[in-house]
Design a binder for this molecule. Structure first.
Ligand SMILES: [Fe+2]
Length: 66
């Protein structure tokens, strides 16, 4: 584990990979944003970040289905 990850208290690394792309720009961007939200978790702001993540997941699933 590198120092930057350890400093954020992330117990494991969650990284976007190009192989996750599905070729729909909006959906790919939303997936990248979901990863960035998960990576933003830290012990000081976890509750706010989880609430933002849950809100964004609901929006994303709605957009993805349409
Ligand atoms: Fe998705």
């Amino acid at each position: 584990m590198n120092t930057a990850v350890a400093d954020k208290h992330v117990p494991y690394v969650i990284e976007w990979r190009e192989g996750f792309k599905i070729g729909i720009a909006q959906v790919d961007q939303e997936h990248r944003h979901l990863f960035s939200l998960v990576r933003a978790l830290n012990l000081d702001s976890v509750q706010h970040t989880v609430e933002e993540l849950l809100d964004y997941v609901v929006t994303h699933f709605s957009n993805e289905q349409s």
